[in-house]
Design a protein around this ligand. Structure first.
Ligand code: DX5
Ligand code: ZN
Length: 218
């Protein structure tokens, strides 16, 4: 089975100390830095864009797992690649030309991910499965940290695991992940765990290593 990776989401970081918050999760054992980009259009919240990503690119060498909750997405792929993204994940729902979007990401030399919202079936990805490096299942409606895990995501993880088969593709889960549900999420097939509030809650860097370890060990 694939190695477990923990991807803390900086959406729940203290933005007044963002560089230090990124360094802190790097030192606390994060495998990926999960970066939530929101446009106030595809999702009902606005976060940050390429300028902020380039700024934090200077403080860590960990892979940047960039989750784009924006539409349209194609005009911005190159900017996120240049800002330092390693994996660029786009929503299947964000536009009519998902296959083209994935080709655009690959043309930038980056890993390509696709994510599905809670109401979108895994079967929507059948025809792009050979074009992706990461498949992300949303276990909340995207837009905000701190929401509760939607249990139907476990069914979708099993379906996604079957669709992936023996391909070299990470299976990631995002939303409401805690040390309490990480075990069943792993048994359903996920190997990359996004965790925002369950790592950053309280914004005390002294707690991050234990919280990341708790999710990993679960
Ligand atoms: C939601 C984002 C998530 C969010 C997760 O739109 O995609 O990455 O930060 O936060 P938690 O772990 O608190 O649910
Ligand atoms: Zn996310």
């Amino acid at each position: 089975s694939r190695p477990i990776k923990i991807a803390p989401s900086i959406l729940s970081a203290d933005f007044s100390r963002l560089g230090d918050e990124v360094k802190a999760i790097d030192q606390a054992g994060a495998d990926y830095i999960h970066i939530d980009v929101m446009d106030g259009h595809f999702v009902p919240n606005i976060s940050f864009g390429p300028v902020v990503i380039s700024a934090i690119r200077k403080v860590t060498a960990k892979p940047f797992d960039v989750h784009l909750m924006i539409a349209p997405v194609d005009p911005y792929i190159q900017a996120f690649a240049k800002a330092g993204a390693d994996i660029i994940t786009v929503h299947a729902e964000a536009g009519p030309h998902l296959h083209r979007t994935l080709q655009t990401i690959k043309a930038e030399g980056k890993k390509a991910g696709v994510v599905v919202n809670p109401a979108t079936p895994v079967s929507a990805l059948e025809l792009v499965i050979d074009n992706i490096d990461l498949l992300l299942i949303m276990s909340v409606n995207p837009g905000f940290g701190g929401q509760s895990f939607i249990p139907e995501a476990l069914v979708k993880l099993r379906q996604a695991k079957a669709l992936i088969g023996r391909r070299d593709i990470d299976l990631e889960i995002d939303g409401g992940v805690t040390a309490d549900n990480a075990g069943e999420i792993a048994r359903a097939g996920a190997n990359v765990f996004v965790a925002g509030s369950s790592v950053y809650h309280g914004n005390d860097p002294a707690t991050y290593a234990a919280r990341i370890a708790a999710i990993r060990n679960a």
